[in-house]
Design a protein around this ligand. Structure first.
Ligand SMILES: C[S@@+](CC[C@H](N)C(=O)[O-])C[C@H]1O[C@@H](n2cnc3c(N)ncnc32)[C@H](O)[C@@H]1O
Length: 372
């Protein structure tokens, strides 16, 4: 699987698009807003820059992209109001992989401009927006040219599926029956995923360290896991339901077994301890804050909702969220012809699971400051 080609969210603004199905991700951005305020405020006060470069890594397309942008502008506007300083000229880079629907972002920029203007009060912050296609596991900017990086719901996507996961052992695919780390994955699969994440995340930190100006900061939030047992992680349960839905299609002859055997996600949900260890081992950033929180996979119900809810409707809500993320990868590996059926089976699976427990998405959120 060539991750750079097949990893992108469903484009446009239709019913199955990421733009129409990214409310959970928006909630995460709202949760980490105090970190954004702290980081941007401190950068502004320390550097009083005349020009400021901000990049959102893995921005995708849809309303969330502009939420981050307008929040940063509002924070700067408030800082300038307080300090009586002229606002800096701001340059925003919206980064994602090349198949991301950048056109959708550019087309929605005019609406976004209006909301930025409406929110920002009396200080107008001059700003420019550019799309930046490319992997954040490679260099994206010249040295010491960026004041602030933001990235939400993206860093759990690793740069590649570890190659050996596709190997066979005694004639059987190593990760038979799973598309990620699942209950039946052997320890080698866990080790390979873990090592790939460690390599990727360390590399990401080094690249961003080089690109940040002195005193530059980053706010990163991404999916992780709270469960001690890695085989039983929250995301293993969700991807496990996708695997079982695919498996039911294999049993009915609708999907080739070999196709399922060779499909593994370029994804890893780390624990907070793993992430902290990598940041500390690298030694390039100070961890200013590290929070974890959970959201419900169903964007229309919070985890603490006690209302009697309709598990079938909730299963369908969850399926829309997952489809907007996985559809391009599924269509590319299997066929676009299986997508409707697959996500309808997945919705039923989730509906049954919801009778036992809600599906939780643990999010790790960090504010990192470049070391002197
Ligand atoms: C779930 S979306 C998150 C979008 C947005 N930040 C939000 O919070 O709604 C994850 C995005 O990360 C992008 N992504 C994954 N790996 C990437 C990489 N190596 N380089 C750049 N973008 C990447 C995906 O293409 C996708 O658009």
């Amino acid at each position: 699987m060539d991750v750079q080609k097949v990893l992108y969210m469903v484009g446009g603004s239709g019913e199955t698009s990421y733009a129409a199905n990214s409310k959970i991700q928006e909630k995460a951005i709202l949760t980490i807003t105090p970190m954004l305020e702290e980081a941007i405020g401190e950068i502004y006060r320390n550097l009083l820059p005349e020009k400021m470069v901000v990049a959102d890594l893995g921005s995708s397309s849809g309303p969330n992209t502009l939420v981050v942008l307008s929040k940063v502008i509002k924070i700067i506007s408030n800082q300038c109001l307080r300090s009586g300083q002229q606002p800096p000229e701001m340059l925003f880079f919206l980064n994602d992989l090349p198949n991301n629907d950048f056109n959708n972002i550019f087309q929605s920029l005019n609406n976004g401009e209006e909301s930025v203007r409406a929110e920002k009060g009396s200080i107008s912050v001059p700003h420019f927006v550019a799309g930046l296609p490319g992997s954040f596991y490679g260099r994206l900017f010249p040295r010491q040219s960026v004041q602030f990086f933001h990235s939400s719901y993206s860093l759990m996507w690793i740069s590649q599926v570890p190659k050996e996961i596709g190997d066979k052992r005694n004639g059987m695919p190593l990760n038979k029956g799973n598309i990620y780390i699942g209950k039946t994955s052997p320890p080698l699969v866990v080790k390979l995923y873990q090592e790939q994440f460690h390599r990727d995340f360390s590399h990401f930190l080094k690249l961003r360290f080089d690109e940040l100006v002195p005193c530059g900061q980053m706010v990163l939030s991404f999916l992780g896991r709270n469960k001690e047992n890695i085989l039983d992680g929250e995301l293993s349960t969700i991807w496990g339901s996708v695997a079982e839905s695919l498996d039911s299609m294999v049993r009915e002859g609708l999907v080739e077994e070999e196709k399922l055997d060779t499909f593994n996600l370029p994804f890893y949900a780390p624990s907070a301890a793993e992430v902290e260890t990598i940041v500390n081992l690298q030694g390039l950033f100070d961890i200013i804050h590290f929070h974890t929180f959970e959201s419900n996979l169903d964007p229309f119900h919070d985890l603490d909702d006690n209302v009697v809810f309709d598990n079938v409707q909730s299963g369908a809500n969850c399926a829309k969220v997952i489809r907007s993320v996985l559809e391009p990868m599924i269509a590319s590996h299997f066929s676009s012809a299986i997508v409707d059926d697959l996500f309808s089976r997945f919705a039923t699976h989730v509906a049954n699971h919801l009778l036992k427990e809600k599906l939780k998405l643990p999010v790790l959120a960090l504010l990192l400051k470049k070391k002197e």
